[in-house]
Design a protein around this ligand. Structure first.
Ligand code: SF4
Length: 375
């Protein structure tokens, strides 16, 4: 089974905290980009050679800046060119401000079966400080339209640690999100990234971020409120109702193979990680001229790949399977890490349980430090 990521590098406007590859463009570029994309997808289909696709994730950027007909064209092209597994997960990232009921009905009819809404907050002041274009009311309406259009597999992305956010407004956001009946929630802490307007504001001391105690309280509120409503945390930032984990993202956390198409999209096939041309215009030209799209290529050595698999797997609450590590690398992490791991285990931050190596509840707030130790 294979996974496929498709990148749509367009947004209506850049959010103030965003460091992803996306730009503001217009309808003409959208059409030419999708034309190039379907050509690249033909190459992916040839490489797959009939191997079934289990997950497709169309992300961005904001895929829903494209007219629904173009998004449906991409999905239809995939369905025509690839063999899909019977229960293939086909996800699209959606911005609440860029979809209405007919748009979502068209995606549902077109074969999309999972939506991931970038809601971030149900507080309009917080949304506007982030530079988001949508309001809380629009997010509310978008999720309701999605449910009416027949989507039951819906994720909401929410953010905490925002400028001016309090524990109470975060709890309110969580409550309003859960009331809309999603089956999956991704709770991300804001991080101030390089070359973003937020970086400049932070450097000038004018980004009013919550303190450490508040961040800890927000993390705990996320765990508690999700748990009370039946959501199971299965990854550091991700919670789902039983049966609704994001299968596509689990491919990444297992450090398994994934194919990719689109400007700046990264694939990892047969141990080789490859990044495509970043700028959409250059991508379109390279596809038209049948040039090599790959601008960065990296083949990880066995040990490097092993350590990466451990680190990615530790993001999962279940941890990383010792059996899988043994089968894939013939390396036992206990022996490999020796004293380093021993210290983490005796400190109660990491444990070996049921054939898995995982970060304990006590270790979770320190997961970045633990991963840095083992990388
Ligand atoms: S919508 Fe998403 S990808 Fe686009 S600028 Fe905002 S955060 Fe970045």
């Amino acid at each position: 089974m294979a996974s496929l990521y498709i990148h749509i590098p367009f947004c209506l406007k850049k959010c103030l905290y965003c460091s992803f590859n996306s730009c503001v463009a217009g309808p003409d570029l959208y059409v030419r980009y999708v034309g190039a994309l379907v050509e690249e997808l033909d190459c992916v289909a040839a490489a797959l050679d009939g191997r079934p696709i289990n997950t497709v994730f169309i992300g961005g950027g904001t895929p829903t800046v494209l007219p629904s007909s173009l998004l449906v064209r991409i999905v239809s092209h995939c369905r025509d060119s690839f063999v899909f597994s019977e229960d293939a997960e086909v996800s699209v990232e959606a911005n609440p401000g860029s979809v209405d009921a007919p748009y979502l009905e068209s995606l549902s009819r077109g074969g999309v079966n999972r939506l991931s809404f970038g809601v971030q907050s149900f507080n309009d002041t917080e949304l506007s400080r982030l530079g988001r274009l949508h309001t809380a009311k629009e997010a509310d309406a978008a999720v309701r339209h999605a449910r009416n259009a027949g989507f039951c597999n819906i994720n909401l992305d929410l953010m905490y640690g925002l400028p001016g956010q309090s524990v109470s407004t975060w709890q309110d956001t969580l409550g309003r999100a859960i009331d809309l009946g999603p089956v999956h929630l991704s709770l991300y802490q804001l991080s101030v990234e390089e070359n973003t307007p937020f970086e400049k504001l932070a450097a000038a001391g004018t980004l009013d971020l919550p303190g450490e105690d508040d961040i800890l309280a927000m993390t705990e509120a996320g765990d508690r409120i999700c748990g009370e409503k039946g959501f199971v945390q299965y990854e550091i930032s991700n919670y789902s109702l039983p049966g609704f984990t994001c299968r596509h993202n689990i491919t990444y956390w297992h450090n398994d193979e994934y194919y990719a198409a689109g400007a700046s999209a990264v694939s990892c096939v047969e141990g080789c990680r490859e990044k495509r041309v970043v700028q959409p215009q250059q991508y379109i030209a390279a596809v038209a001229e049948k040039k090599n799209l790959i601008v960065e290529s990296e083949r990880l050595a066995k040990e490097e790949s092993f350590r990466e698999t451990v680190i990615m797997g530790l993001r999962l609450i279940k941890g990383v399977s010792l059996k899988r590590l043994e089968k894939r690398y013939r390396i036992d992490p206990v022996r490999y890490y020796g004293k380093q791991l021993d210290i983490l285990i005796t400190s109660g931050l990491v444990e070996l349980t049921g054939g898995y190596l995982r970060i304990t509840r006590k270790g979770r707030p320190l997961s970045n430090v633990i991963m840095a130790e083992l990388v």
